[in-house]
Design a protein around this ligand. Sequence first.
Ligand SMILES: *Cc1c(COP(=O)(O)O)cnc(C)c1O
Length: 405
Amino acid sequence: MSDTTSPTLESYRATMIPVFGVPALTVVRGEGSYVWDEDGNRYLDLLGGIAVNVLGHAHPAVAAAVSAQVKELIHVSNFFATTPAVQLAAELTEIVAGPGSDPTQVRVFLANSGTEANEAALKIVKAWGKSHGKKRVLALKQGFHGRSLGALSVTSKAAYRDPFAPLLPDVEWIDPHQPGVLDTIDENVAGLIVEPIQGEAGVRELPGDFLQAARTKTAAVGALLVVDEVQTGMGRTGKWMGHHHAEITPDVVTLAKGLGGGMPIGATLTLTEAAGSVLTAGMHGSTFGANPVCAAAARAVIATLEEEQLLAHAQQLGDSWRKELREVDPGAVVEVRGRGLLIGIDLAHPVVTQAVQVARQMGFIINATGPQTLRLAPALNISREQARSFTQALPQILAQAKGMA
Ligand SMILES: *Cc1c(COP(=O)(O)O)cnc(C)c1O
């Protein structure tokens, strides 16, 4: 399998705004953890559409739910309720409320993406701050929350931000690894937004007690704690939500990526009375949000994750896979991080671009999230054998990648 050009890719180059560069492949079909390109080559998809396809491709439960809903009702606007959206909201209150949280306090806003879910969360923080005389908004160094002007304002990467500055005022970054950093949280802080594991930063976990300490400190000064679960939610880390490992109750949780199993849907949930009382009629909205087809897909995702016990599978397979990956040539792999099926692999050499290309030529789809980090975020129903096939190919992938550098 060698990367070739094709009429589709030529046309892509001629027609698309090049924000993603030009892709290496055109994918025409998927089934389970495999996808096929237009030449009929098969790939093991270890990226899962960037942590989106939690049930893999063309899962019958998602396909059936979407097909049935499309024939029933596709869209009706938020002037009306639909049963899939209301049922989904009720199910989300159950899975997002973790140990010690009260599901009856949870309220849901349905949007279409992670960026929009975070946008609603930021509006909650801003409005909360305004009504309580608090201006400061805190975010974490290396954090990623999306590309809209609001979400970008709390995203730290300079290359993403600089062309569009100035962004929202009063945002400050704190380094979760710096001891005592939470001492900066005072009465002037309206909110703090964090990812339980920083996915785009290379699958970087927060220090062990950071989330608990952040919860305690923000609660003490009346600041809202927003946990961005767009990448880490929906069972990705082996529990429904990444923050469930820390057993805290955030004020706001955002979801997207895996939620719809591939259909575009995001959600902003308030878990506390304080956060739930901020947005009132007319303060926020979305034309497509709460779309019944996307909601039906998300309901099928939740039901299937439960029926097929995929949270436990993600946890167990993730643990053993990371262990096996750590045993790959220590001269080539220096660290393996993550939880469940969100895995970061730090290479000894800065050859990630080459590694992604060689992996693709050998039939594996992976991606790079930094100069030396590869990321795996496969379907949560990927098999042990499929995972192992990549582990076995990795030494050769890395040797060839190094040869190309
Ligand atoms: C992907 C991601 C987003 C942005 O989601 P989109 O659906 O691309 O808008 C926000 N936060 C985190 C943590 C993400 O991983």
